[in-house]
Unconditional design. Structure first.
Length: 573
């Protein structure tokens, strides 16, 4: 047989494989691959012409000559062949790229691994008496824990109370995606049996909690708040769910999030703020904050990429802890941005946050971003030894001005000597294009198959449009943003110096965007109330891996104030 006469042009996939092989032999710049590409072109007209390249230059902010565009033509079409091959491979949302973000600036060393030490809390006050389990709805988990441990109340009784409140208030606040009655009561019954037998697992044993519905739960719908994922049934639990199960906590509900972790609108409506049900609870950990603030769970787990713990706590008056990037495993959680996603707790107070963080932190080989760094929280140490900075102009931001000024006075009365601080000037908004690109990649298949069209939000700022827009960001600029981010890490470390904590309004200047890019921990807690009765907030930002110091300062502030103990009266009963 005459093989030359029966040869056919190579398909794009074949061309990519063969071209990669020749590149490995150092032949990529020879005429051989170009001859192969000529065969591909012989099968049809090129997909991209010099005229198209000229139009694309406007998006990239570049200008080429006619000769340069003609020279680029084959290369651009070869790139499209590679893109075809990449798209042919189906990728699960959680499959991370082989690039791993480390918040430590070059040359810095993180604290070495050390044996785990349980959080040290102040001596508990005598528990307040109660006659009805519902009187415990707003008690902090560290108080609930002592009642369960001493069998003043059973986990089953506590769980039934929270389940009833979830059912009663869900129609008004829209914070529940899936109520887990059977699973919760089985866990609670087991907790009571273990505690009665003298096997107490620790402070979370028997405490009901809620999970933002981007945490996978084995055999239970995990919807991401988005219509296309309503029927998703994971085969395994997320790492955080595993850890809280091991701690004996009782999962009572999967709580709402804005679709694909943006805002507070999900396929069931808009989750509401218990302090003002006419407004949303903010996003995207919408249900986690709303349910906690309404006294419907002992605590909840949320996530933050660009404000979804801090913003929620600011709106709903919860105490929210965003840990240092890498402290808590994201394995089994919906990925939005592999270099920015963080999981943390929304609680009644800083002590609760410390107990939850202690339970969920640690190295996980399934999440390469995680680190083995000790978390040693000691609420009995003097606050005066902490080195604290205060963001310049902290008491000059409108509605929160008086509350922020009083916060500083309270800290000073506790022995804190705050020093002026300023975050570095940086193109934070520009660097944040990394988030859009990573999110577009995480949901690339959903964009290309039209699944994003099923999301409730379809406006210019919603995910569908952002996913499409982010596809036009050149890879070169994504990496340029990453390089600027490295410089930002260095500048922020230099600005922090030897400070432990910086006091800063969450939305002052570039605080929220910058500290999410750098991976610093932050605690957001209520520090006052507006005339309309809704809470104001303040944020304590810590040095990298300084989560314990942030929580110590938060606890000291809350021990001297009562803002965190006030509750939305409409949800007392």
């Amino acid at each position: 047989m005459d093989r030359a006469r029966n040869a056919r042009p190579l398909g794009r996939r074949e061309f990519l494989a063969f071209s990669s092989w020749t590149a490995g032999l150092g032949l990529a710049t020879t005429a051989f691959p170009r001859a192969l590409w000529a065969q591909v072109q012989a099968a049809g007209a090129p997909r991209v012409t010099p005229a198209m390249i000229e139009q694309a230059e406007h998006l990239a902010g570049l200008a080429f000559t006619d000769a340069q565009r003609k020279q680029m033509e084959d290369g651009v079409n070869r790139t499209l062949a590679s893109i075809d091959a990449l798209r042919a491979e189906k990728l699960p949302n959680q499959l991370a790229p082989c690039l791993n973000f480390d918040p430590l600036p070059p040359g810095r060393v993180r604290p070495p691994p050390a044996p785990r030490v349980a959080p040290k809390l102040p001596p508990p006050p005598a528990p307040e008496p109660f006659t009805d389990p519902e009187e415990l709805a707003f008690r902090p988990l560290w108080q609930l824990s002592e009642l369960v441990r001493t069998r003043e109340i059973t986990s089953v009784e506590l769980t039934e109370m929270y389940l009833a409140r979830l059912e009663r208030f869900a129609p008004k606040l829209l914070f529940v995606v899936t109520l887990l009655r059977d699973r919760a009561l089985a866990q609670a019954k087991r907790a009571d049996e273990e505690i009665a037998a003298g096997k107490w697992r620790g402070p979370l044993h028997g405490i009901p909690w809620g999970a933002k519905d981007l945490l996978h739960t084995k055999g239970i719908a995990t919807t991401y708040g988005a219509e296309p994922f309503r029927g998703q049934l994971p085969a395994e639990d997320a790492a955080v769910v595993e850890k809280l199960d091991a701690a004996g906590a009782v999962l009572v509900a999967k709580l709402t999030l804005g679709a694909l972790a943006m805002g507070d609108v999900w396929f069931g409506g808009m989750t509401r703020n218990p302090w003002n049900p006419a407004e949303g609870s903010s996003g995207s950990s919408a249900g986690s904050a709303s349910a906690t603030a309404a006294g419907c769970v002992g605590f909840a787990i949320g996530s933050e990429t660009l404000g979804s713990i801090v913003s929620l706590s600011s709106r709903c008056g919860t105490t929210g802890m965003r840990p240092t990037f890498g402290r808590v495993s994201r394995w089994g959680a919906m990925a939005l941005s592999w270099s920015m996603d963080k999981l943390g707790a929304l609680c009644r107070d800083a002590l609760d946050c410390a107990l939850v963080l202690d339970a969920i932190a640690g190295r996980d080989e399934r999440d390469r971003s995680t680190v083995d760094v000790p978390f040693r929280f000691d609420a009995t140490r003097p606050i005066g030894e902490l080195k604290v900075g205060v963001l310049s102009g902290v008491a000059a931001r409108g509605a929160g001005e008086a509350a922020d000024r009083q916060t500083l006075e309270t800290l000073k009365s506790l022995g804190v000597d705050p020093k002026p601080f300023k975050f570095p000037d940086a193109p934070v908004e520009a660097i944040n294009l990394m988030l859009g690109v990573e999110a577009a990649s995480a949901f690339d298949d959903l964009t290309r198959d039209g699944g994003v069209d099923a999301l409730k939000e379809q406006g210019p700022g919603a995910w569908p449009n952002q996913f499409r827009t982010s596809r036009l960001v050149p890879a070169v600029e994504y990496l340029r943003a990453a390089r600027l981010r490295t410089r930002l890490l260095e500048q922020t470390a230099e600005a922090f110096g030897d400070l432990d904590v910086v006091v800063a309004p969450a939305f002052a200047g570039n605080t929220l965007g910058l500290t999410n890019l750098t991976g610093h921990p932050a605690l957001c807690l209520p520090n006052g109330f507006r005339k309309n009765g809704t809470p104001t907030s303040i944020t304590f930002v810590g040095k990298l891996y300084g989560d314990a110091e942030v929580l110590r300062l938060g606890h000291a502030f809350q021990a001297a104030t009562d803002f965190h103990r006030r509750v939305p009266e409409a949800f007392l009963k």
